[in-house]
Design a binder for this molecule. Structure first.
Ligand SMILES: C[S@@+](CC[C@H](N)C(=O)[O-])C[C@H]1O[C@@H](n2cnc3c(N)ncnc32)[C@H](O)[C@@H]1O
Length: 337
């Protein structure tokens, strides 16, 4: 079973055990907490964590998977030999890594301050098919602890965490991630202007520490969206299970999780290269034409129209999606040189 289906099945079992009514009440508290605009609601007990897992984990899993896929696409010869997930909660990033690199049995550690989140993460992981998920270690660790030295890891992920930290702790966490990462660092945040700004700060810090940005940007230079009214973000489709629909009270079979991210790597350890460009908006389909909004190496933000006369390039443009590399990599079936 792939990691996505496996996680869905595990969440189903977890929520059956937790009781749908109690979970729904806890989701309401959680949603009110997130909407309140104050500090993020703490995951205090098993009900809170079951609610987080039902309400948010499928979406954070998809966002992190998309970011890790983009990293894997830019560095196809590399695979992390170990993984540290910082502020990992119930372990969405660990499952996402298993979806992108399913064969590895890499040592994996999740750090979080919330013991109830770690306990549920551990319980979910115990039923996983992927060896890296099953064998993961779950450690209580409050971020911002002076002198904390994390063990080195091939990949360090920091997903949906920076927004819960003060600016000083945020800076320290990114510095610690850079120090600890032997290969790559992936930071994921909500796809809001604030989430993008936090990603941008992390990106600057990682570049200053000698990392190369491999995705989504086609370069490691200044972001052309910085200082404009626009913000770089993407969307990942999340299929809702029946339980997810009931808890979220929606009719739609899916939702789109908006996220911002940066995947950066040590060039001497990871190799690879960023794509020449990235599609930064939903492509617009017109009769015989596709309009693409791109971020391109060298040119920055650019609009381009691909017309039917361009043959394989047009067919590629019709299939490309917001967030994909452009032009598509060679050998993807579009016959592009
Ligand atoms: C929104 S959740 C994200 C969890 C997971 N990374 C994901 O993508 O689903 C934020 C997590 O950060 C943890 N966290 C927040 N502040 C922290 C701190 N100061 N030290 C350690 N963990 C912290 C929370 O306990 C929670 O599990």
């Amino acid at each position: 079973m792939n990691a996505e289906d496996d996680l869905r099945a595990g969440l189903g079992r977890l929520l059956d055990g937790a009781g749908a009514r109690r979970t729904a009440a806890a989701v309401e508290r959680l949603v009110a907490g997130y909407r309140g605009g104050g500090p993020a609601p703490a995951l205090r007990d098993r009900d809170d964590v079951a609610a987080y897992a039902a309400y948010r984990m499928p979406a954070t899993f998809q966002a992190v998977r998309a970011a890790l896929r983009a990293l894997a696409g830019a560095a196809p010869g590399w695979e992390p030999d170990s993984h540290l997930d910082v502020g990992g909660g119930t372990g969405a990033a660990v499952w996402a890594a298993a979806a992108v690199w399913p064969d590895g049995s890499r040592p994996t550690v999740v750090l979080d301050q919330a013991e109830p989140a770690l306990a549920v993460g551990r319980e979910l992981a115990a039923g996983a098919a992927a060896p890296a998920v099953r064998a993961a270690g779950w450690r209580r660790h409050p971020l911002g602890t002076a002198g904390s030295a994390w063990a080195p890891a091939g990949l360090v992920t920091v997903s949906y965490v920076l927004g819960e930290l003060s600016e000083d702790v945020r800076r320290d966490v990114v510095a610690d991630a850079a120090r600890s990462a032997r290969g790559g660092v992936v930071v994921v945040e909500p796809g809001t202007p604030e989430g993008y700004r936090r990603v941008l700060d992390a990106r600057r810090q990682l570049v200053a520490a000698g990392f190369e940005v491999l995705a989504p940007c086609p370069h490691s230079a200044a972001c052309p969206m910085a200082g404009t009214a626009d913000w770089c973000h993407f969307a990942a489709r999340v299929q809702r299970s029946a339980l997810h629909r009931r808890i979220k009270g929606g009719e739609l079979g899916h939702e789109d999780e908006k996220f911002a991210y940066v995947a950066a790597a040590r060039p001497d350890r990871v190799g690879g290269a960023p794509a020449a460009g990235r599609v930064v908006r939903h492509p617009q389909l017109r009769k015989g034409q596709v309009l693409l909004r791109l971020c391109m190496a060298g040119e920055g933000l650019a609009g381009t129209t691909v017309s039917k006369r361009q043959g394989p390039r047009y067919r590629a443009a019709r299939d490309v999606r917001w967030g994909d590399a452009w032009p598509p990599p060679e050998g993807d079936g579009h016959g592009l040189p």
